[in-house]
Design a protein around this ligand. Structure first.
Ligand SMILES: [Fe+2]
Length: 464
């Protein structure tokens, strides 16, 4: 059978609460402390990597698993976790994303990064592949390629415009076209696909919209074809990648440069303008919006550098603001807060318009977070430049997702919901905070009898 246990410690993404869980369960009669707000009727679900084999070459490439909890009538009706039944999960050995002849198979889909709902469809997403549709009970339906109209991958971070009901997204590729923008109308039909010319293949994780523009991030973490092809060969030089956790074919480039692309919504790539910025990497924006005097503000969590030595190393990102002056053709940069912060979110009903508040995990479970200090959930007032903190008493939060008290509630009127791992119990809680008073004790804590591994992104789907 397998080789004896290696002397070398496992990479971070296979240890502790990053390690995958081995069973799917459905649990009812959950232990609740406090009172679940009766206004919360719907599903909180978070995606994340959970390699079925127990091992993966990098944190980002394990089979996707959904962790969902359903709230209704002031109670937690159930918690369940389900693997995404993708081709990667179902086939042994899993199919290759990139074939030796250079073809990319967009149906491979570990589907491990995010989950969104648009036009009545719930889609689990990973940026290398087509979306995977699931039921509200977290069972896999299958790939969704918008009736055959989608011919590129789909980012895990589409933007749902609260003004039009459209879903905007992009796909990036290892080979041309490197970047393609897509727009889906409110009925779920893919109505626009635009190739966006960029210099080369880079990792583009997320983007932003405003009322009148789409913003692209062309940043210096570039695709490494040699490393990708080496990874396809048996007994290859990358065979040790699983032990090192550096199994992604991307690296930092000192030469590529960094820029933000601004394209008017509804226009084509000929109207796109690029704005040079200082080199950095950005996985996630909080939001972008237009000011009254015609500037575009983009707030992000910014890494000064990423993967300069290998793709298993993460430094800290900090909240940072770009202000783009379209008339002057210039961009100004301002650090916003000193926290090491990731998983930035807003009240998504403000996506693309001015949102006053941003939420994030500070000292988050990204990479070697043990050295960063006590993890907390932070609420930023992005207008006033102030912050409030919720100390979880040593528990480590996943991304905190905003759930409005009702559809017509104002910004920030509602709750933040997050999984939080309690090392002392060896299990996870679901924590519900009053978003307007996050420093207070949670309004409710659901103590799960199991752990939910650290993962990526989730959403709140209120009953429709
Ligand atoms: Fe992400």
């Amino acid at each position: 059978m397998g080789a004896p246990a290696a002397e070398k410690p496992l990479p971070f993404h296979l240890r502790g609460n990053y390690a995958p869980v081995q069973e799917e369960v459905t649990l009812t009669d959950l232990r609740v402390e406090g009172a679940i707000p009766p206004e919360l009727r719907g599903l909180f679900v978070r995606n994340g990597p959970n390699p079925r084999s127990g091992s993966s070459a990098h944190w980002f490439v394990g089979d996707g698993m959904l962790h969902g909890i359903r709230f209704e009538a002031g109670r937690a009706a159930w918690y369940r976790n389900r693997w995404l039944r993708t081709r990667s999960f179902n086939e042994d050995p899993p199919p290759a994303l990139i074939s030796p002849d250079g073809t990319v198979d967009r149906s491979v889909a570990v589907a491990n990064t995010h989950i969104v709902r648009h036009a009545g469809r719930i889609l689990a997403l990973v940026e290398s592949s087509f979306p995977t549709q699931v039921t509200p009970g977290l069972d896999t339906i299958g790939l969704h390629d918008f009736g055959g109209r989608l011919t590129t991958a789909m980012t895990a971070h589409p933007k749902l415009c609260p003004l039009t009901g459209e879903m905007h997204f992009f796909g990036y590729g290892f080979f041309p076209p490197y970047l393609t923008y897509h727009r889906v109308d409110a009925t779920g039909a893919l109505v626009q696909s635009e190739e966006i010319p960029v210099k080369g293949p880079t990792m583009i994780h997320d983007f932003a919209i405003t009322e009148h523009h789409v913003l692209f991030l062309d940043l210096p973490v570039v695709f490494d074809l040699e490393k990708a092809m080496a990874g396809l060969a048996p007994q290859s030089a990358s065979a040790g990648a699983e032990q090192r956790g550096d199994g992604l074919p991307y690296h930092w480039s000192d030469d590529y440069g960094a820029r933000i692309g601004v394209m008017p919504r509804g226009a084509g790539a000929e109207s796109l303008r690029w704005f040079e910025i200082s080199p950095c990497y950005i996985f996630h924006p909080f939001n972008a919006f237009e000011t009254d005097d015609g500037r575009i503000v983009l707030d992000v969590c910014r890494y000064p550098k990423l993967w300069a030595t290998n793709s298993g190393e993460f430094d800290s990102a900090r909240p940072h603001r770009f202000t783009i002056n379209l008339a002057a053709g210039s961009v100004a940069e301002t650090p916003l807060f000193d926290d090491a912060a990731e998983f930035p979110r807003i009240d998504d009903r403000r996506a693309g318009v001015r949102a006053r508040y941003g939420y994030a995990a500070a000292n988050p479970p990204v990479g070697d977070f043990e050295r960063q200090g006590r993890p907390i959930i932070v609420k930023y007032d992005l207008t006033a430049g102030t912050r409030q903190v919720h100390d979880l008493g040593g528990r480590v939060p996943s991304e905190a997702v905003f759930a409005p008290a009702q559809a017509t509630a104002g910004e920030d009127e509602g709750w933040l919901i997050a999984y939080a791992f309690d090392e002392a119990r060896g299990a996870s809680d679901v924590v519900i905070l009053d978003a307007q008073h996050i420093e207070r004790a949670p309004v409710a804590t659901i103590h799960l009898p199991r752990r939910v591994p650290y993962g990526f992104h989730g959403n709140w789907f209120p009953d429709e």
